[in-house]
Design a protein. Structure first.
Lengths: 304, 260
């Protein structure tokens, strides 16, 4: 108890800082990059992507629209025009192929906020947890679509913290950021990964697009797992790990199959045994038990 | 599995009980979410009278089902007229609007805001900016307007992009001086786009001419009203032929008994 294990510290000492953080850094760079695409226009007059995450036009040719917002609009009995429909179709197909919840980890501007909240919660040692099941968000997704139909408005956009934050960054801060603050407080003090992992209907929607995801994390080195629990500590959807990591007993493959996995890659970073790796969904290869598997700590693999 | 758990008899199944409880819990949570969100949506529906929608905007209830609040129209506006509403602005959060008194609509010929809209919340059927109805100007300050006081300000008339169509100066008698004229700025609603140039340029501390939502500015007659003279013109003849023309009664001095 006195010396609490910090997830990722062992990987850092064994493999170096870069190896223990590279996917985290990559993710922050991509998130920042998506923000830059939108921000250069309103801030500096250099237009790359116009609009916001709700709907945008990149370089004057590529329309992209959030399919969930289009779905709400249809539920509210408006049939959006061709541009929005095309934009939604492009986004839909891209996420269906690559993996819907990549949006959560690699694009959504709320992700760095909730990551910060999770980190704060960990540093403050807050253990209280509000028991909400991860499937609650599917009900909330249903609720917002129902509300759109009942009120004939895209009702969730009155409160959606994701688009509120995005608009605030592009067009100036607003009182709407209170909803972002509410998420931080929820995640720090009330429920671990409360927003992204249990409530967010946008994440729930993109989870539905995750069933055919090509990009997957594999626990291909699961024979080396020494149960340090670091991956569980950092995973925002920790129930996704065990079926793959402990799949040898049940005959399951090493691919993390749960649609809740956001493919953030943090487990890859923090694992001192280098168990996890990004791969594609058809890759069923798993490392064979190494010759020195009998020793409690196999020789660390040198980072390439 | 079900058989194993049915040990307590009477068909009590703890797993089924738990599943039903979970179902009830989630359904209740979803219902509360929907109710709270509906409340927010209903509260946020109203648009303040000073907030005007961009040209081509669908009528207000439909607009909120179509606008995805992406800001493309705002970014397309070359005059920074349009703003996305923030909390506290009064207009539904994230939707585009403008305040005529701050920055009016410059009525671009190519209507870039409408072109930028991906959803049809700003209808592409608006191709000529002079057909826009963002609102209707209304001379609300009839007692403060300098022209109405008998002076010659004329600014609202001069700046009107549809001068002599949307605003004319109507000459009437100046009862105060009894020898001058009053040039009343008169708005013709059918030609007014609601751009707000008149409201923006009104020289008074608080504008005497204001752009109001169409319905507030124009009023609306009953759907069943028929104007006799128009129906007559359309039909080309009297609608009720052979109408009896009763003799007009003239005032006359009563005779006979004077009531006590």
């Amino acid at each position: 108890m006195s010396t609490k294990r910090t997830a990722g510290r062992e990987a850092w000492t064994q493999h170096g800082w870069w190896t223990a953080h590279r996917w985290l850094i990559a993710r922050r760079v991509v998130q920042f990059g998506f923000m830059v695409l939108f921000v250069t226009g309103p801030w500096f007059g250099v237009w790359i992507a116009k609009g916001t995450l709700a709907s945008s036009l990149t370089l004057g040719v590529l329309p992209l629209t959030d399919p969930l917002i289009v779905l709400q609009s249809i539920a509210a009995r408006h049939i959006p025009e061709f541009t929005a429909m095309l934009g939604a179709a492009i986004v839909l197909v891209a996420y269906l192929v690559l993996g819907g919840r990549l949006y959560c980890s690699w694009v959504c501007p709320i992700n760095p906020v909730t990551d910060l909240a999770a980190w704060t919660r960990h540093r403050l040692g807050i253990e209280t947890d509000w028991k909400v099941k991860p499937q609650a968000r599917l009900w909330i997704l249903g609720a917002i679509l129902l509300t759109a139909a009942l009120t004939s408005t895209i009702a969730f956009e009155f409160v959606n913290p994701i688009t509120t934050l995005h608009r605030a960054i592009l067009f100036g801060a607003s009182w709407g950021l209170v909803s972002v603050l509410a998420i931080v407080l929820l995640d720090v003090f009330v429920a671990k990964n409360g927003w992204c992992g249990h409530i967010c209907p946008v994440g729930a929607f993109y989870g539905l697009l995750n069933h055919t995801a090509l990009i997957k994390v594999s626990a291909k080195g699961r024979v080396r797992c020494d149960d340090c629990m670091d991956c569980y500590a950092v995973c925002p959807e920790m129930h996704v790990i065990a079926p793959a990591l402990k799949g040898e007993k049940t005959g399951a493959g090493p691919i993390i199959r749960s649609v809740d996995c956001t493919a953030c890659g943090r487990c890859i970073d923090v694992c001192p045994e280098r168990v996890f790796a990004f791969t594609h969904r058809f890759d069923q290869r798993a490392d064979a038990a190494s010759v020195d598997a009998t020793s409690p700590h196999p020789k660390p693999l040198k980072a390439a | 599995m079900a058989e194993a758990s049915k040990t307590e008899g009477k068909g009590f199944d703890p797993k089924r009980r738990k599943a039903l409880q979970d179902l009830a819990k989630h359904a209740a949570g979803a219902a509360v979410t929907a109710a709270a969100l509906s409340g927010v949506a209903q509260q946020s529906r109203a648009l303040p009278v000073t907030a005007l929608r961009p040209p081509g905007a669908l009528p207000e209830p439909a607009f909120l089902s179509a606008c995805v609040r992406c800001g493309l129209c705002v970014e397309a506006c070359p005059y920074k007229t349009l703003k996305l509403a923030e909390f506290g602005d009064g207009a539904p959060v994230g939707t585009p609007y403008f305040i005529a008194r701050n920055i009016p609509c410059e009525m671009c010929d190519d209507i870039p805001c409408v072109k930028a809209c991906p959803t049809g919340a700003l209808a592409k059927s608006l191709t000529q900016i002079y057909k826009a109805t963002m609102g209707t100007a209304s001379l609300v300050g009839r007692e403060t307007c300098l022209n109405m006081l008998g002076l010659r300000c004329d600014v609202c008339y001069r700046v009107c992009p549809a001068i002599d169509k949307a605003i004319t100066l109507e000459r009437t008698h100046n009862a105060r001086t009894a020898k001058h004229a009053v040039f009343e700025p008169f708005v013709h609603a059918d030609a007014c786009t609601g751009c707000g140039k008149c409201e923006k340029s009104c020289v008074l501390e608080e504008a005497a001419i204001k752009v109001l939502p169409v319905i507030l500015a124009r009023g609306k007659g009953g759907a069943h009203y028929r104007l006799g003279w128009e129906e007559k013109r359309k039909a080309g003849h009297e609608l009720v032929p052979g109408i009896v023309d009763l003799p007009d009664r003239m005032p006359e001095i009563p005779t006979g008994e004077v009531p006590k």
